[in-house]
Structure formats: C-alpha cells, structure tokens
Design a protein around this ligand. Structure first.
Ligand SMILES: Nc1ncnc2c1ncn2[C@@H]1O[C@H](COP(=O)(O)OP(=O)(O)OP(=O)(O)O)[C@@H](O)[C@H]1O
Ligand SMILES: O=C(O)C1=C[C@@H](O)[C@@H](O)[C@H](O)C1
Ligand SMILES: [Mg+2]
Length: 184
C-alpha cells in the first residue's frame, strides 16, 4: 500500500472526537509512514495546552498556528497527518491539504458526544449545551469536510483498527490513475 500511495501524504479531517489521532497513528504504522498530529505539534511548540491557548490568545491565534504547522508539514512526504477539527475553516489550508489525499472521518454527533463525555480538553465543547454546539459546528463544517477525497463514516461499534482497515481498503478507489496508465 505504501508504494501505491507513492509517498503522498494522508490527511485526516473531521470533527473533534471522531478518531483522527487514534486512527491516524494506526494508518501511519500500516503505511510505513511517519505520523504528525497538528494539535500536538502546536501544544509542543507553544508549551501550552489547547485550552490554555484558546483562553490566553483566542481561537483566531490558534487557527493561525494551525495554518503555520500545516504549511510546514506539507513540505514533507510519507506522512499521515491527523489535523485539528477546525483545519477546514481557513481557505488557505485547502491549498496545503490538496497536496495529499484527504480522508474525512465522519461520525454522528451522538457518537462524538459519548466519546468525549469525560474529556475536558476540547475548548469548543466547554459549552452549556455541548450537543447543540456539536450539531451547529457540524452543520457549518459539513460542506467543507465534503471536499475530502474520501468519506469514511465511523461506526459506533467498530474498533480503531477496523476503521483503519476500511480506510486502507478504500484508498485505492480514489487514487488517480498514473498518466502512463491512462495512455496504455
Ligand atoms: N474506534 C473507537 N472506538 C472507541 N473509542 C475511540 C475510537 N476511536 C477513538 N476513540 C476515542 O475517542 C476519543 C477521541 O479520539 P481522538 O482523540 O482520536 O479524536 P480526534 O478526531 O483526534 O479529535 P480532535 O479533533 O479533538 O483531536 C479518544 O478518547 C479515543 O480513545
Ligand atoms: O473542532 C475544532 O475546532 C477543534 C478540534 C481539536 O482538534 C482542536 O484543534 C481544537 O480543540 C479545536
Ligand atoms: Mg486529534
């Protein structure tokens, strides 16, 4: 599979809690790729948690850091990149994402809520009504996530390994044929 992708980066996009980080790590192992998580790079570089960054500098500053990280990582090849849920919001980010193959991990709001019920590390979910917040974020972002090359709907009962396996199976269906193959 890694020779099939020919070093092209794999970008995972989707709402918080769908499993981009968890599944992305597994995919990187299976592809023989490196793994990068844009949220983690930001946290490491800033020396602050995402909650602290949102509180101290605001969401706009976080989004700028996110774009800066994406611009840096897209210069490399053979990477699986788990992105932050809001990476799709900036138009300039799509110029970077489209250097690679983009996979949208989609999941129902109920599943995301169940997964993140005890999690306090997503500042946008620290809301009086997290379910309503998630719904409106998803509505706003759906047209953006839809620009991915591949949409994988995460099932409640499946393991990260099973999700990763379905992605590996689906990748060949969206790879562009090589020019030489087109002419043969
Ligand atoms: N298939 C799965 N089954 C059960 N739990 C899962 C599965 N995949 C991920 N999780 C759990 O759901 C939570 C969120 O997963 P993860 O951090 O990978 O999401 P994410 O898409 O990277 O979110 P974010 O955009 O906020 O970084 C974690 O606690 C993780 O262990
Ligand atoms: O969906 C979002 O906007 C976010 C998702 C996380 O990955 C983090 O990037 C941050 O919590 C914001
Ligand atoms: Mg993540």
């Amino acid at each position: 599979m890694s020779s099939l992708l020919k070093g092209v980066n794999l970008y995972l996009i989707g709402m918080m809690g769908v499993g981009k980080t968890t599944v992305g790590r597994l995919l990187a192992q299976q592809l023989g790729y490196g793994f990068v998580d844009t949220d983690n790079v930001i946290v490491q570089a800033a020396g602050k948690s995402i909650n602290e960054l949102f509180a101290d500098k605001g969401e706009a500053a976080f989004r700028q850091l996110e774009s800066d990280v994406l611009a840096q990582v897209c210069a490399f090849t053979k990477l699986t990149i788990a992105t932050g849920g809001g990476i799709v919001l900036k138009r300039e980010n799509w110029g970077y994402l489209h250097h690679g193959l983009i996979v949208w991990l989609d999941a129902p709001v109920e599943l995301i809520l169940a997964r993140l019920a005890e999690d306090t590390t997503r500042p946008l979910l620290q809301d009086t009504d997290p379910q309503d917040k998630l719904r409106s974020l998803l509505e706003q972002r759906k047209p953006l996530y839809s620009q991915a090359d591949l949409r994988i709907t995460v099932q409640a009962e499946e393991t990260p390994e099973q999700t990763a396996a379905r992605i590996m199976e689906a990748i060949p269906t969206v790879l562009k044929p090589e020019v030489s193959q087109v002419h043969n």
